[in-house]
Write a protein that binds this ligand. Structure first.
Ligand code: GTP
Ligand code: MG
Length: 210
């Protein structure tokens, strides 16, 4: 069943991953700077500019939490591979994101890849790191409107081949221009939340009912 979006609100921006908001199941969006993480969040939530989008890479700098339907979070992360940052800033970025991703939570990561570039070296490092740390990850190709149908088919095929050694759960394609992929991804998120997201809630309710 599709995740049906009823309400969505900005909650908070976090700089220190040790100070996250109270735990709820969360969907985190990871990927290269400018790949379209904030845009995809807006597309899914049906909001024009809830997450801040920019043509310039490096727009999102903090871990931004959005509350969805009051019982889950969407998390917009700063992108990697932003050229105009110092080595020191990149190290701080990795530390912050890794610490955040290793905080025990019910969490699904949506790893975004630009459909025009396929999987880059840094994307592969990210996927490897996520799989190594047993973080559940689904891949979404972005900006599919920039490719012909045939080219997209070809990219998806070679991506499936390249990612075979990794335990990614699914590979989907999207475009914020044509809204392609929105329903499919919401369907996937709905199914994932049904299986994993409500487990804590259900068992608590069951316990209260005892
Ligand atoms: P950072 O916050 O810098 O990490 O970037 P981000 O990954 O959040 O990217 P953002 O959503 O800000 O989008 C970057 C640029 O890509 C913007 O100019 C968007 O309009 C554009 N963009 C995002 N998704 C799509 C898409 O599906 N198709 C097209 N054509 N452009 C897109
Ligand atoms: Mg962003």
């Amino acid at each position: 069943m599709n995740l049906s979006i009823k309400t969505s609100d900005f909650l908070t921006s976090v700089q220190d991953p040790r100070r996250l908001p109270p735990a709820k199941p969360e969907i985190a969006f990871v990927g290269r700077s400018n790949v379209g993480k904030s845009s995809l969040i807006n597309l899914l939530l049906g909001r024009k500019a809830l997450a801040k989008v920019s043509g310039k890479p490096g727009k999102t700098r903090l871990v931004n939490y959005f509350t969805v339907n009051e019982d889950i979070y969407f998390v917009d992360l700063p992108g990697y591979g932003f050229a105009r940052t110092s080595q020191e800033m990149r190290r701080d970025w990795s530390k912050m994101i890794e610490e955040y991703l290793l905080t025990p939570r019910t969490r699904l990561v949506v790893q975004l890849l630009d459909a025009r570039h396929g999987v880059t070296r840094m994307d592969l490092q990210s996927i490897e790191w996520l799989c190594y740390n047993m973080v559940p990850v689904v891949i979404v190709l972005t900006k599919c409107d920039k490719l012909s149908k045939a080219a997209l088919g070809h990219t998806l095929l070679s991506l499936r081949r390249q990612l075979k050694p990794y335990s990614v759960l699914q590979i989907l394609a999207s475009s914020t221009k044509s809204r392609h992929g929105r329903d499919e991804l919401l369907g996937y998120l709905g199914a994932w939340l049904k299986q994993y997201g409500r487990a804590g809630k259900a068992s608590k309710e069951e316990q209260q009912g005892d």
